[in-house]
Design a protein around this ligand. Structure first.
Ligand code: MG
Length: 385
């Protein structure tokens, strides 16, 4: 017998999740998230026993989640995660474990290989922590300004299960009770234990938001994201003025564009395309021209609103393709600035925003210089299904 036990921490209330039940009990592929986590350890040949720490209010939810699995009796946790872990370690003591794996109940995808790696690393260390490299560039931000670029070479993202020699982590918890630590490895470091880093698993995600849950469900079902396309079209008339605003960029011109807002036909067309992709009506439904508050409004607020509606549905903008139709002003010199502006409003890379311009060979209202038209196509990816 290995004497290695698993402690699954599931006492949290999951307040960030916003659902009626804590995130670890949300349904994923027909069963609670927590059941996936419990089953991963209960079914591992090197794990001698699995004990969950739960919230006293969740007894019924837990019984349903654990039904039919070979588990030790769950114990109630405390107000904070650290307290819950300490209570779980106490409950394991009668089984005389020599090692323990401490795992978040909201991580349903701990693979057998990952669990084995953590256990193997305990051969030569007091603790073992699965980590992932940091791929994004990290910045130190102070008072809203970028103060420095942080060297990421020595940084890593921590996952669970975190493995420990049982008596060492128990003593660390006892000597640091009441001092809030971010995880058990932090506590082990504070207690001077040697914690080895092992390769984490990118698939071992933590379910924190509804989007995480939706993405995990699609992943489990082997479903690709759902792609949708929307189109938008807008026209504004030229009138007196010394500039036009297109895609949030002011362009000097001997005329202006007339409209209730800032008459930015480019952003209006993109906003309608985005709303169309999620079947959320059109710009006039969300910002009625009859309401005086939108008079002279910068159109970026319309596009930002549409982007927020998309994000709330778990969606992302894949690309934007905009065609501006006019004889003048010349669009070419401003294309890059326009793409950067649209990208900034949508929170995507500028390489995903195409800005094109054409004339109508002096034909029609655009040809006569009476007005300017804009036509947009937007593709979005929805992971929510
Ligand atoms: Mg308009």
């Amino acid at each position: 017998m290995s004497g290695c036990y698993a402690l699954i921490v599931a006492a949290g209330r999951g307040r960030r999740f916003g659902a009626e039940r804590p995130k670890q009990y949300a349904e994923l592929a027909g069963v609670p998230v927590l059941r996936h986590a419990l089953a991963a350890f209960a079914g591992h040949p090197e794990v001698a026993g699995v004990l969950a720490v739960i919230h006293p209010d969740d007894t019924g939810l837990y019984a349903a989640a654990a039904e039919g699995l070979d588990l030790l009796a769950a114990v109630p946790g405390g107000d904070e995660r650290q307290q819950s872990v300490a209570l779980g370690l106490d409950a394991l003591t009668p089984f005389a474990p020599d090692r323990v794996l401490i795992h978040d109940g909201a991580r349903p995808f701990a693979s057998p290989a990952l669990i084995s790696r953590v256990i193997a690393a305990l051969e030569g260390a007091d603790g073992a922590l699965p980590v992932l490299p940091v791929t994004d560039t990290l910045k130190r931000v102070e008072h809203g300004r970028v103060a420095a670029t942080v060297d990421r070479a020595s940084l890593a993202r921590a996952q669970t299960p975190q493995g420990f020699r049982f008596e060492a982590i128990r003593a660390a918890h006892a000597s640091h009770a009441g001092q809030a630590m971010t995880d058990d490895a932090a506590l082990a470091e504070a207690a001077g234990l040697a914690v080895a880093a092992v390769d984490g698993d990118p698939g071992n995600v933590k379910i924190t938001t509804q989007d995480d849950l939706d993405a995990a469900a699609r992943e489990l079902a082997g479903l690709p994201p759902e792609y949708r396309t929307g189109s938008g079209f807008d026209v504004h008339r030229f009138g007196p003025g010394d500039h036009v605003t297109l895609c949030g960029v002011e362009i000097p011109h001997d005329r202006g564009l007339v409209g209730h807002s800032d008459a930015d036909a480019g952003l209006h067309a993109i906003t309608d395309a985005l709303l169309g992709a999620i079947a959320a009506g059109d710009i006039g439904d969300h910002f009625p021209p009859s309401e005086p508050q939108w008079k002279g409004a910068p159109s970026r607020i319309f596009l930002a609103h549409a982007a927020r509606l998309l994000a709330e549905r778990g969606g992302k903008v894949v690309n934007v393709d905009l065609t501006l139709i006019c004889e003048r002003p010349k669009i070419g010199p401003h294309r890059e600035a326009m793409a950067a502006s649209v990208a900034e409003i949508l929170g995507i890379e500028a390489a995903r925003v195409g800005i094109k311009a054409t004339t109508t060979e002096r034909l029609g209202f655009t040809g006569r210089g009476e007005g300017l038209a804009a036509q947009a196509v937007v593709t979005v990816a929805l992971s929510g299904g």
